[in-house]
Design a protein around this ligand. Structure first.
Ligand SMILES: Nc1ncnc2c1ncn2[C@@H]1O[C@H](COP(=O)(O)OP(=O)(O)OP(=O)(O)O)[C@@H](O)[C@H]1O
Ligand SMILES: [Mg+2]
Length: 299
């Protein structure tokens, strides 16, 4: 379990994080989203223990990152946004070297490498220098490294960046597997459609503040109750007038989108019947819409 408690972070006079508080429970997969510069990486680096909060604390499985850094850090695996490693090192050599940090013997590390390089699609590339890996291969490599120590908590920063569709599918499967193993997982991403398909919950950060946390069910329902779409075979000047009885309509091509829908569906369909209704549906909310609505409300 990861508990972020009232974390603030100042860079000089600039307040990059302000009173950030959230919890990632065991068995929970949580997306962390926000615009560029919102504070995601700053938060993640503080959880990882590589950056120190100006105030507040992070508790990992009961251990404080500020007071018991070693105990806390070993319970969390971090995949950084921009992995930095020995570019001249060969992948397998470097993997074994990093395994040493976790107290894993060379022979065991080799076995782990074989297993992880294979499942991450890097088989046959073990002897390549990391600098000759493609961006996605580097990402796969750091993901493999993050699994070396089998901790209970994972933080992935922009982990989907640079991954091809197969890599993304692999991450999705991995995340689901980790979740089943009751790990606590936080991942930041700008690919909202992926966040939507993987996460159980989303934390929204804007200008260094957590503006909202929502379960995925809540996100899907967010817009679904009051926006209605009707696609018609033909339209004329009258359709908007008719639709105005039912809410706030706008016409997009042959489709009327009625926000704040407050009438009854049977009435609407009979009023529009002469326009040949092709399709009628209540709009399901998606993460992108919710994101822009929440960000828009902040201005
Ligand atoms: N070392 C630093 N010194 C000064 N300012 C910093 C430093 N690191 C980050 N910042 C600032 O803190 C804010 C948050 O940055 P952060 O990297 O956490 O954003 P982010 O949400 O990860 O953005 P992105 O989506 O672009 O990765 C930004 O305004 C950034 O310029
Ligand atoms: Mg970032």
């Amino acid at each position: 379990m990861i508990e972020v408690l009232n974390v603030s972070k100042k860079y000089g006079n600039f307040l990059a994080l302000q009173d950030v508080t959230f919890t990632i429970n065991n068995g929970e997969l949580v997306g962390y989203v926000g615009l560029n510069g919102a504070g995601k990486t700053t938060t993640i680096e503080i959880i990882a223990g590589v950056s120190f909060p100006s105030s507040g604390d992070v508790i990992i499985d009961g251990h404080s990152i500020t007071k018991e850094k070693k105990e806390a850090s070993k319970r969390v695996s971090w995949v950084p946004e921009l992995p930095i490693f020995e570019q001249d090192a060969k992948a397998l050599d470097y993997f074994i070297y990093l395994a040493g940090y976790y107290g894993i013997e060379k022979e065991e590390a080799k076995k782990k490498a074989e297993e992880l390089f294979s499942s991450f699609g890097l088989l046959g590339r073990e002897k390549d220098k990391l600098k000759n890996y493609s961006q996605g291969m580097k990402k796969r490599f750091v993901l493999a490294v993050s699994l070396l120590s089998d901790p209970n908590n994972f933080i992935f920063d922009e982990v989907l960046n640079g991954l091809d569709p197969q890599g993304i599918m692999f991450f999705r499967d991995l995340a689901i597997k980790l979740k089943r193993e009751k790990k606590a997982i936080l991942f930041s991403s700008h690919i909202l459609s992926e966040v939507e398909s993987i996460a159980d919950r989303v934390i929204f950060i804007h200008k260094g503040k957590i503006i909202r946390q929502m379960a995925m069910d809540e996100i899907r329902k967010f817009f679904s109750s009051n926006t209605f779409r009707v696609t018609l075979g033909r339209v004329d000047n009258n359709v908007i007038k008719i639709a105005e009885k039912y809410g706030n309509p706008t016409l997009q091509g042959n489709t009327i989108v009625i926000e704040n829908f407050n009438g009854n569906i049977t009435g609407l369909s009979s009023d529009l019947s002469e326009y040949n209704i092709i399709e009628m549906s209540r709009l399901e909310g998606n993460l992108e819409e919710v994101f822009f609505k929440l960000i828009g409300d902040q201005k």
